[in-house]
Design a protein around this ligand. Structure first.
Ligand code: GDP
Ligand code: MG
Length: 212
C-alpha cells in the first residue's frame, strides 16, 4: 500500500529462479536493453521506476533476487511484498524447472490468503534451442492448466519476448489501462526484431477438458 499520495499505485514484480537462469539478464534487457555475457551473482536488487500518466503516479518495482534457496528469510519477505512473480528457469536445464515448482509451492504457502497469485513462468535462454532440455509441450499443461499461471519462453540474450514477460506480469496485476502508454513507449526503445511477440511456444492448446 502506498502511504501518502492517494492516487499513487505501486506494483512490485518479483523475479525468482535458480542461480544463473537469467533473472538479472531479463531485467537488464527490459530496463536498459543490454545484455551482459559475464555472470555476476546477485544478492538482491530493487529497481524502482516511476511513471506519470495523466497525472497519476505509477511506480513499478522490479525485484531481482538471488538464486533459489540461499537466503530464505529474504525470499520470504520478497514473497510477502510481491504483487506478481516471474518464476524463471532455463530451457536447457531441467533442474531449473524443478526449482520453479518448489518456488511456486513456497509462494502459495506464504500467500495462503490469496486464491490466485499472479505468476508468470518464464523459460529463458530461448536462443539456446539446440541445447534445449525442457520441452515446452511438457511445461505448458502443468503451468497453464494445473497451476492456472501464464507460460512463455524468452531470451534475454536476443531480446525475444522479453517485453512479453513484463506485459504479462502487469496484465496479471490489473494495472489501470492508463499504464499502457508508458509500456508502449518502453516498447519502442527495444529493437523491432525483438518484438515478434511469441507469447507461447508454437503448439496446439485445447481448451476442452478430456476428463470424463
Ligand atoms: P541470474 O543468476 O538468474 O540473475 O542469471 P544472470 O542474469 O546473471 O545470467 C546468468 C548467465 O546466463 C550469464 O552469464 C548470462 O550472460 C547468461 N544468460 C542470461 N540470459 C541468457 C539468455 O537468454 N541466453 C543465453 N544464451 N545466456 C543467457
Ligand atoms: Mg542475478
Amino acid at each position: 500500500m502506498s502511504l501518502t499520495v492517494k492516487d499513487k499505485t505501486t506494483v512490485r514484480l518479483v523475479f525468482f529462479g535458480a542461480a544463473g537462469v537469467g533473472k538479472t539478464a531479463l531485467i537488464q534487457r527490459f530496463l536498459h536493453d543490454r545484455f551482459e555475457h559475464k555472470y555476476k551473482r546477485t544478492v538482491e536488487e530493487l529497481h524502482s521506476n516511476q511513471y506519470d500518466i495523466d497525472g497519476v503516479k505509477i511506480q513499478i518495482d522490479i525485484m531481482d533476487t538471488s538464486g533459489s534457496y540461499s537466503f530464505p528469510a529474504m525470499r520470504k519477505l520478497s514473497i510477502r511484498n510481491g504483487d506478481a512473480f516471474a518464476l524463471v528457469y532455463s530451457i536447457e536445464d531441467p533442474e531449473s524447472f524443478e526449482e520453479v515448482r518448489r518456488l511456486r509451492d513456497e509462494i502459495l504457502e506464504i500467500k495462503e490468503e490469496e486464491k490466485l497469485v499472479p505468476i508468470v513462468v518464464v523459460g529463458n535462454k530461448l536462443d539456446l534451442e539446440n541445447q534445449r532440455g525442457v520441452p515446452a509441450v511438457d511445461i505448458l499443461p502443468t503451468v497453464e492448466l494445473d497451476w492456472n499461471a501464464n507460460f512463455l519462453e524468452a531470451s534475454a540474450k536476443s531480446g525475444e519476448n522479453v517485453v512479453g514477460v513484463f506485459k504479462e506480469l502487469l496484465q496479471q496485476v490489473n494495472l489501470p489501462s492508463r499504464l499502457s502508454p508508458a509500456l508502449r513507449r518502453r516498447r519502442e526503445t527495444i529493437p523491432k526484431d525483438n518484438l515478434g511477440v511469441r507469447k507461447r511456444p508454437p503448439m496446439k492448446k485445447t481448451n476442452s477438458c478430456t476428463v470424463s
